[in-house]
Design a protein around this ligand. Structure first.
Ligand code: HSE
Length: 339
């Protein structure tokens, strides 16, 4: 299977590391032999239609800063648009950074890939939060798969649990902690008795927060994840503008201490019910959703199976890479069934 990789930051590099590590296993288990025929980063592209040497590309990125400097394989001026158009591939993996204002460059990358008949896997929440209903229609019209497991819950199969495992049931509501950074900040505030700004600084130093931390702390990251779940799992046609959003920026240590005295913790909760909403809420410390540190927890409320909660690490390069590989195996399996 030929793959174009758009974006070569933490997630893109982690995916290549995972692929090198598990190559033989996935080849023998699933008959899947991925070949990375092009990688695009901010500096340009690296191309080899027979398949780039993944370990060398990781080394180039580390030492040279951009894969476009990769000896005879590098093309400094080549853009993602040209690569999608010119290079033959079955799948495009789009892992450029999230932009919730315009969705770019991810939105155009995804549209161009779908229109050129390529299946798309993305971990980019921006384009999906702004235009998921339209992108799903576009993929269906062009007869390709659009997959995005890594956008919600990191490596946890949150979307698969809701979409596939609970297929016979009707999911009435979803609620949970969907952002690791804010959960870390709130945990640090109460455990170390520090104010918001100090806890945010620690989250940034540890690399948890998004490049623009406002995405995390003002609730947009959680809102994007709700939009994705509402569309994919519950069949609602909604975008970011349909979500009521409040973040944790204005919470003071005193608020958390007051909640603590009542046996509660303040958590940034995203919920899909009659309304779609993100806001800090007091949660009993005995509630299953009351997880700490960078953990995520998602509860599905379904008509017959009742409540089921998934808890795990909702972020991280290798965790997200494992979700990309899951999507790739899913596409390969679906394609095999067609023949
Ligand atoms: N910044 C996000 C978080 C990354 O903290 O959960 C994963 O989406």
């Amino acid at each position: 299977m030929r793959i174009i990789l758009l974006g070569f930051g933490v997630v893109g590099q982690s995916f290549l590391k995972l692929l090198t590590h598990r190559y033989n296993e996935i080849a023998s288990f699933y008959g899947l032999k991925p070949r990375i025929v092009a990688i695009v980063d901010r500096g340009g592209a690296a191309i080899d239609e027979r398949g780039l040497d993944m370990e060398k590309m990781l080394e180039f990125k580390k030492t040279m800063g951009s894969i476009s400097k990769a000896n005879d394989k590098g093309f400094p001026d080549l853009t993602a648009e040209e690569v999608i158009k010119k290079i033959d591939a079955e799948v495009v993996i789009e892992v450029t950074p999230t932009n919730i204002i315009s969705g770019e460059p991810g939105l155009t990358n995804i549209e161009n890939s779908i229109k050129s008949g390529k299946h798309v896997i993305t971990t980019n929440k921006g384009p999906l939060a702004l235009a998921l209903p339209a992108l799903m229609d576009l993929a269906e019209y062009n007869g390709v798969y659009l997959r995005f497991s890594g956008t919600v819950g990191g490596g946890m199969p949150v979307l698969d649990l809701g979409k596939k495992c609970l297929i016979a049931d009707k999911i009435i509501a979803i609620r949970g902690i969907l952002n690791g950074t804010t959960n870390y900040i709130l945990t640090e505030m109460i455990e170390k008795r520090i104010e918001f700004n100090e806890a945010l600084k620690k989250a940034q130093d540890l690399g948890y927060a998004e490049k623009d931390p406002s995405l995390d702390i003002d609730g947009f990251d959680t809102a994007c994840k709700l939009v994705i779940m509402a569309n994919w799992i519950m069949g609602k046609k909604v975008t970011l503008k349909d979500v009521k959003i409040n973040g944790i920026r204005n919470l003071a240590l005193k608020d958390l201490i007051d909640a603590d005295k009542n046996g509660n913790a303040i958590k940034l909760i995203g919920s899909i019910n009659k309304n779609i909403e993100v806001k800090p809420r007091e949660v009993s410390k005995r509630d299953i959703l009351c997880v700490h540190g960078t953990l995520n927890a998602v509860t599905f409320v379904s008509e017959f199976a009742g409540e089921e909660t998934l808890i795990g690490r909702g972020a991280g390069g290798m965790e997200t890479a494992s979700a990309i590989l899951r999507d790739l195996i899913d596409i390969k399996t679906n394609l095999s069934k067609k023949f």
